[in-house]
Ligand binder design. Sequence first.
Ligand code: IPE
Ligand code: IPE
Ligand code: MG
Length: 234
Amino acid sequence: MMAAIPQHIAIIMDGNGRWAKKNGLPRKAGHKKGAEVFQTISRYCEKIGVKALTVYAFSTENWSRSADEVNALMELFHQYLVDAFKQEGETSRVRFIGRKDRLSDKLVKLMTEIEQQSSEYPGMILNIAVDYGGRDEIVEIAKSLAVDYAEGRIGPEDFNEASFDERTFTAGCPPVDFILRPSGEERLSNFLLWQAAYSELIYMDVLWPDFTPAHLDQAIEEFNRRNRRFGGRS
Ligand code: IPE
Ligand code: IPE
Ligand code: MG
């Protein structure tokens, strides 16, 4: 029997550096291959009927890498967006989640164009996390509630799970069914901390640039074997 398709998948696209090393290539080449794999996997998710896909492309902590690597990533990211999303035939609704104030004006402009251009598309919601941190997201939510409180729009009773949910970057998406991390690492690294409350965590021992649709099928099968209880009885 075909496994049930999850509504919302989140992926930590990790292992590009190790893949490059394994193949005797510069780290940048690993990131380039990783971007290609991202394209393949996001198309595949859309094809099989996933409603929302959230991918971790650059964390708030990734700025601590060498200037060389950060610059290469930003350039690659820009080039990738130009190539991928300006083509005909894209149907995903793209949203960039994360901070915008530390990215170049040029990149932010392109991101905004892509969000606007794709906002009415009929397909999957594709959240791309760039300069994203789960803690940063929660702090921003707290700040926006504080501003509304200070300006008299809401009272203390409006600080609740629903109002936090509404202000997350993934508001309007179905709950995250599972967070997938290839590369062998078993941690969240500051990804979707609020949203992860009841997500299944699936770790796979494959480097992201080697990841294929068949690996995603395996992850979906694993997800279907999990017994989700949400605190209730099984
Ligand atoms: C993921 O690959 C891409 C980013 C974090 C930008 P890494 O660059 O973390 O690859 P590894 O973990 O060093 O193999
Ligand atoms: C998480 O991977 C961030 C992305 C994949 C974008 P990292 O490689 O930065 O995480 P750590 O350092 O292994 O925790
Ligand atoms: Mg890594």
